[in-house]
Design a binder for this molecule. Structure first.
Ligand code: ADP
Ligand code: UVW
Ligand code: MG
Length: 399
């Protein structure tokens, strides 16, 4: 069975085509900069040369048509006909309280995803466009949706409720949901395999540090707390998102700067974080480069960013009353040795004995970056949200 997985982001779309019988990836790729003047399409078929195209792609419907075109391409393609795709799995960021696990798409599921547009305005509409594009281009093919929030539905009430009037929760479902659940789930399972210990016995802090970033406290394979909240804005400092702040800043800044609700929301989601403090970029690669060239604002941005990750790891060790391992994953977590070093070296009190050499070698591989005998171990595990989505889709479609 061939399963196409679509991970639609606000301005990007990643895809992978799996053959589930022999556990192989037939092709993968991404469309970046959707809606901007030049989109970049990268397509990597297994055993063939990579293809790259640049041009304007204004929305996700066109992006998916492009993906299908690439998969069927005479030269770069891996399929003879579109009918060779047996099922499609989608990442949907917000599943609210309605979805505790992955489901097959039907009219009710689509209505519920639409109801949640308000809570994930950058992400849920993109996923919906993906579902509609598949319906239009591949009528009758079963589709499944896998939610970022589902894995965190095990959080207990003290972790998921906000201390505000309960009417907000009862009437409007104002609570903490958490995101990147598919990734936190995947790396926690892999961590147990890597450590050669049963997941049921482990207390982990997983750090998904990408453009969006979150930490999760995981006890026995179940999420008990995570740093993102009702929306993906809470928690860590991110590329363009502020993360935690005093909520009183919102009305205060609106008054002082004469901002509307949508302007303040855009400021906190799109013009804060690394971008705002460095004044340079939301991309950690550019921050590190500037910092190494002596830029003080870039250094301040980096220091704030790592400090907040460190605080969450400490808080979650306390929340779990113990800690066996910390896991780094996603774009920054997997690739920035400097960030991992900054975080880990100041957590020696927890029993982390950092291994500087291991930290610098073995890029792209699962690895341990603490010394043998370190009381708390630190791992780097490349995430694979697409594989998890394919696994769930396969299980749902087979039955
Ligand atoms: N070599 C690297 N060093 C530091 N940061 C990196 C490196 N490679 C990628 N990144 C960071 O990873 C981020 C993207 O991570 P990713 O997990 O793909 O995010 P998303 O899925 O949210 O778009 C980029 O913004 C960039 O800052
Ligand atoms: C939920 C979220 O923040 O996703 P991403 O990191 O892909 O933006
Ligand atoms: Mg991501």
């Amino acid at each position: 069975m061939n399963i196409l997985v679509i991970n639609a982001g606000s301005s990007s779309l990643k895809y992978q085509l799996f053959n589930m019988e022999n556990d192989s990836v037939l092709a993968k790729g991404k469309v970046e900069r959707i809606g901007m003047d030049t989109a970049i399409v990268t397509h990597e078929p297994a055993d063939k040369a990579e293809a790259r195209e640049v041009g304007e792609i204004l929305e996700h419907t066109t992006a998916i048509r492009k993906v299908l075109e690439m998969l069927l391409h005479a030269q770069h393609g891996v399929l003879g006909a579109i009918e060779e795709i047996d099922a499609v799995g989608h990442r949907v960021v917000h599943g609210g309280e309605a979805f505790k696990s992955s489901v097959l798409v039907d009219d009710e599921v689509k209505r519920e995803i639409k109801r949640l547009f308000d809570l994930a305005p950058l992400h849920n509409p993109a996923a919906m466009l993906g579902i509609a594009a598949v319906e239009a281009n591949m009528p009758g093919v079963p589709q499944a949706v896998v939610f970022d929030t589902a894995f965190h539905q095990t959080m207990p009430a003290p972790a998921y409720l906000y201390p505000v009037p309960m009417a907000l929760y009862r009437k409007h479902k104002v609570r903490r949901y958490g995101f990147h659940g598919t990734s936190h789930n995947y790396v926690s399972e892999r961590a147990a395999v890597f450590l050669g210990r049963p997941l049921e016995q482990l207390k982990l802090v997983t750090c998904h540090i990408g453009n969006g970033a979150s930490c999760a406290a995981i006890v026995g394979g179940r999420s008990v707390d995570t740093s993102m909240g009702m929306t993906p804005l809470e928690g860590l400092m991110m590329g363009t998102r502020s993360g935690d702040l005093d909520p009183a800043i919102v009305p205060y800044a609106m008054g002082k700067e004469d901002l509307t609700l949508s302007e303040i929301s855009s400021m906190l989601n799109k013009h804060s974080g690394l971008q705002a403090i460095s004044g340079l970029s939301s991309d950690m690669r550019e921050i590190v480069e500037a910092m190494e060239a002596g830029d003080r604002n870039a250094k301040l941005a980096f220091d704030m960013y790592e400090y907040r990750i460190r605080k969450y790891i400490g808080a979650y060790a306390a929340a779990m009353n113990g800690l066996d391992a910390v896991v780094f994953t996603a774009g920054v977590g997997e690739n920035s040795a400097l960030l991992r070093k900054a975080v880990c070296e100041q957590l020696s009190f927890l029993g982390i004995e950092f291994d500087e050499e291991a930290n610098l070698t073995g890029r792209g591989l699962e690895k341990r970056i603490t010394k043998p005998g370190s009381k708390v171990e630190v791992l780097v595990i490349p995430t694979n949200e697409e594989w998890m989505i394919a696994r769930d889709t396969y299980a749902l479609v087979k039955h």
